[in-house]
Design a protein around this ligand. Structure first.
Ligand code: ACO
Length: 322
């Protein structure tokens, strides 16, 4: 089986920021409530920049760091809840903007686990010799699907994009991959296009709003149960002990989820990278943005685990060596 490693990462964010104090002018909330419940202080919000534009910027940085030609990319996988169009896919639009004419490009729907699921596809495609170089992107403009009148959700989310390039390698650096899902519409959902055709008309008003809906407490319980499981599963696959992990990059949803996961699995909190104070939750983009920002702290040979969880419900993890 071929070896695989990450050879470049990149990230991008809109220029505009929205602080908790600014949000408190839009809905009945406060910096104190948001900070104490979530750890979020500010988030980046699109002032017109699209999911594709953010993704292309992140991808270009990853390509530059990897020192490859775009023509070497033979697969582009994009995790997103918020593509610019339903067709063509975000991946095809990104392919066109990059000029990556040799790639097979497609989107996947796994919400906040999109980057982990996309990475699994990339790793397996390389391992089974279907691809040599794969660009995986998580990109979101969540501000367009957030209900800005709902304080329960609008304080949590932000916009951004992150990218990583996986390539075949003589020395395998991917030590474990784990994913799982469980169909559950109640905890987290976002409407699609309602059924309305020559026989039927939509009558349910709820079908026509396109905002994220979330049962916060259910999602919290779900997240603190699967986050430690994700770490255990990849350690098991790699036959490693938890003490051997040097860095954890957990989906940046909520600081309390991170702290609880650290306690449950007995990993020092200092090993958990955090940037959600300035980004909020950027769904599929959260892990690759965090990876891009955390990499300056990594030393060769260190073991890093990426953990995602989100709507679907979906969850998963990747353990790799730097
Ligand atoms: N400002 C002020 N008050 C608020 C706000 C707000 N922004 N949002 C909710 N409240 C109120 C509620 O209305 C409620 O008031 P009530 O008791 O009068 O009804 C009160 O605060 C307490 O609400 P809870 O839901 O109990 O608050 P909790 O402490 O559970 O925190 C939170 C809510 C932060 C959403 C928490 O449940 C959580 O972190 N859940 C995980 C959700 C998550 O991370 N989702 C991310 C998206 S999904 C993903 O990425 C996988």
């Amino acid at each position: 089986m071929r070896g695989v490693k990450i050879i470049g990462t990149g990230s991008a964010r809109p220029n505009k920021t929205l602080t908790n104090d600014e949000l408190a002018k839009l809905v009945d909330t406060s910096d104190e409530w948001i900070t104490s419940r979530t750890g979020i202080k500010s988030r980046y919000i699109s002032d017109g920049v699209s999911t594709t534009q953010l993704a292309v910027e992140a991808a270009k940085k990853a390509i530059e760091e990897a020192k490859i030609s775009v023509l070497e990319i033979d697969m582009i996988v994009v995790g997103t809840l918020t593509p610019d169009l339903l067709m063509p896919s975000a991946a095809c639009m990104i392919q066109s903007a990059l000029g990556a004419v040799n790639a097979t490009a497609f989107d996947i729907s796994a919400a906040c686990s999109g980057f982990i699921y996309g990475s699994k596809i990339a790793i397996n495609a390389i391992r089974c010799e279907d691809a040599k170089t794969v660009l995986v992107i998580g990109a979101e403009v969540l501000s367009k699907i957030v209900d800005w009148k709902d304080r329960n959700t609008c304080v949590l989310f932000g916009d951004g994009a992150g990218a990583a390039i996986y390539q075949e390698s003589e020395e395998n650096k991917i030590l474990g991959v784990y994913t799982q899902s469980e169909g559950n519409v109640k905890a987290l959902s976002l409407n699609g296009i309602p059924l309305s055709n020559c026989f039927l008309q939509t009558t349910n008003e709820n079908d026509t709003d396109f905002y994220i809906k979330m049962d916060g407490r259910e999602v919290y319980k779900f997240a603190i149960s699967v986050a430690p499981l994700c770490i255990e599963k990849v350690l098991e696959k790699a036959n490693m002990d938890v003490s051997e992990i040097d860095h954890v990059i957990l989906h940046q949803a909520n600081e309390r989820i991170m702290d609880m996961a650290a306690k449950k699995i007995d990993i020092d909190q200092s090993k958990f990278f955090k940037n959600l104070d300035s980004y909020g939750n950027t769904s599929a983009a959260s892990i690759p943005i965090a990876l891009d920002e955390a990499k300056s702290e990594f030393k060769p040979g260190e073991k890093i685990v990426l953990v995602g969880f989100g709507g679907g419900l979906t969850w998963g993890s990747i353990l790799f060596e730097w």
